[in-house]
Design a protein around this ligand. Structure first.
Ligand code: ASP
Ligand code: MG
Length: 392
């Protein structure tokens, strides 16, 4: 019998009615497969828990924060198992450590290093439906870790890889990967398939469809990832290794970016390192880092908007030597295998930028992606213009 892994996101398990819909989907697949289910915390639980921690302490201890955040998923696994048992099915819930998910020690952004599938296999042999808490694992000190926001996708694909599962289904409230955000652009179209590389770019550039690390794992172990809706039976999007003809697959507009300009009269490599190290130590991950001068510290870089509070508190403490300005910007990424071989794609993009008198901070071109950082936050109609022009 084949083994399949199913993952249900927060909005799919938000209340009892939805848990019943999820249970039906599981039961249907259980008839003909061994089933491992990975779930997220219910609805906005993780956001709420984060808020509660910060209301007690603006900079909560990383270890304790993971103990708190991991409780969300634990509630879902137990509720779903209780429900399946009631419906007459032999479900068993497992937390991350019970499922054998071993990670490194980076709290809130831990990486899965190894999965010991002994317990899962044992339960599968008894034909149990296994419900695993996503987003969490255990490190070498037996402390709980979490995998980063959206990390349940990664739990699911990693388990699918460890079990050599036939498929990993990612169920959510959207029915697949689109040419752009379907909640914002009405003409967005669903993609039938997308390659791992394209999907990685789409996830990296800020589309919240799939956690980027789950795509890396899917690619490495060749596990097809099928994204589908929990609430209808339409075909979803399959992420696999098939590369299609060149075309723009997706356009991602990311507004959750802060552009930072930091100056200091002196400049030495040790000062540069100290700043970088302070940011990393505080889990402020920077991108697009450039120093513009040989004589002064004249740095620009970007961070995710969600990290701004943390960054501001560093400016008042260990980074108070910096003379800093920062603001919200938009980055737009146009993604598709080999698109740079088709000059008209870049040409049409530039035309739209000129027509709208948009100011550019930075433009990055590579074989399968055009990424542009703009000087300010852009309205949605720019995305619409690009989508109309670049996607047939
Ligand atoms: N509950 C976690 C989050 O909200 C993990 C997940 O949903 O994948 O980020
Ligand atoms: Mg998600």
């Amino acid at each position: 019998m084949d083994t399949v892994v199913l993952k249900f996101g927060g909005s799919s398990v938000a209340d009892n009615i939805k848990l019943n819909v999820v249970a039906d989907k599981i039961i249907h697949l259980y008839e003909t497969n061994n089933v491992v289910v990975v779930v997220s915390a219910q609805g906005k639980t993780t956001d709420r828990l984060l808020g509660e921690a910060h209301s007690l302490n603006p900079v909560p201890d990383d270890r304790e924060l993971d103990v708190l955040l991991s409780t969300g998923e634990q509630i879902t696994i137990s509720k779903l198992s209780i429900l399946l048992n009631k419906l007459g099915y032999p479900a068993i819930s497992l937390t991350g450590w019970q499922a054998g998910i071993y990670t490194n020690c980076t709290n809130q952004n831990a990486i899965i290093e190894n999965i010991d599938t002994t317990r899962i296999q044992k339960e599968l042999e008894k034909r149990r439906i296994i419900i695993v808490a996503g987003f969490q694992g255990i490190n070498s000190n037996f402390d709980i870790t979490t995998l980063g926001r959206g990390g349940s996708d990664t739990t699911a694909v990693a388990i699918a890889a460890a079990l050599n599962a036939k498929n990993c289904y990612i169920f959510s409230d959207v029915d697949g990967v689109y040419t752009t955000d379907p909640n914002k652009i009405g003409s967005a179209k669903k993609l039938e398939t997308v390659s791992y590389d394209e999907m990685l770019d789409i996830a990296d550039e800020g589309a919240k469809v799939l956690h980027n690390r789950c795509v890396e794992i899917g690619q490495k172990f060749n596990i097809p990832i099928v994204t589908k809706s929990t609430f209808n039976n339409k075909p979803g999007t399959i992420v696999n290794d098939k590369i299609e003809d060149t075309k723009v697959k997706s356009i991602v507009k990311n507004d959750d970016i802060i552009y930072i300009h930091a100056k200091q009269k002196e400049y030495s490599i040790s000062l540069f390192y100290r700043i970088y190290h302070t940011l990393l130590e505080n889990k402020i991950f920077v991108s697009n880092l450039i120093n513009h001068s040989n004589y002064h510290l004249d740095l620009t870089f970007t961070i995710k908007a969600a990290l701004l509070n943390k960054f501001e508190s560093l400016l008042n403490s260990s980074l108070n030597m910096l003379d800093c300005t920062y603001h919200h910007i938009t980055k737009i990424s146009i993604i598709g295998h080999g698109i740079m071989n088709h000059e008209e794609i870049l040409e049409n993009t530039i035309k739209i930028i000129e027509l709208n008198h948009l100011e550019i901070l930075d433009i990055e071109l590579n074989e399968s992606k055009i990424s542009i950082m703009f000087k300010e936050k852009l309205p949605i109609d720019i995305l619409e213009q690009l989508h109309n022009k670049l996607i047939e």
